[in-house]
Design a protein around this ligand. Sequence first.
Ligand SMILES: [Fe+2]
Length: 286
Amino acid sequence: MQITAVEGLGAEITDVDIKSLSDAEFAAIEDAFAEHGVIFFRDQDTTETDHIAFAERFGDINVNRFFAAHPDYPQIALVAKEPDQKDNIGGGWHTDHSYDHEPALGSVLVARELPESGGDTMFASMYKAYESLPDDLKARIAGRSAIHSGKHIFGEGPDSYYKTSDVGEHDEGTGRIGNADVAATLVDPEHPIVITHPLSGKKALYVNPAFTREIVGISKEESEELLSDLYTHVFTGHDFHHRFKWEPGSIAMWDNRSTWHWALNDYQGQRRIMHRITIEGCALDA
Ligand SMILES: [Fe+2]
């Protein structure tokens, strides 16, 4: 087994079969995951049960409340788009589950059906985003926290992504995202803006454009300006981005605490079916 860092962030793990990992190989994979934030595998021949078994080595599986599930395996969430569907799931920079009090550790995404072209996933390192923040921005966020929410994405509000895109379970929707009434019942958590990563001990920037709503203790205007400055730093931080091209047999596993990702929606008229398993995480401290 070989672990090779790739451009921007992440590591590719080669000469390995995720179905038959020794304890030593698995320990090295866990270390690479904590260190690099995202790990990539190629040419893996896996069934759904292999996918579940691999994910379970990292921790308990989080059964997704909003995504349509695999018909036979509720642990697997479907991240799907059919040729006649317009909108995709995850089509903007974000990290999964920051709207939870104990955000998910990470997600393991397996490519099942790919478009002929397009459908790459972008990743960004929140370790490197924090390290490279200018001192004045570091000072502005020092000791602060922010409120996160999933309601405006998954809820039934008139402007939510659930309502305004074709992914929701409504008139023109495709039912790829459902359970909108549950979104309204979530209690929005507050997380530190800079976290100490629970596995690596490194500092990471922990806000994201999809789910972070407001910085606590400053005015709404100041909060919007500060979040915008932080996001601009990440959007333009091309040296800590990686663009992953999926191939049949590809698997990516990302850390939701130290990375962002963005599923590009540039394959209209083509089918793309991915299987996602998400692993439970823990509360995050500064
Ligand atoms: Fe995502």
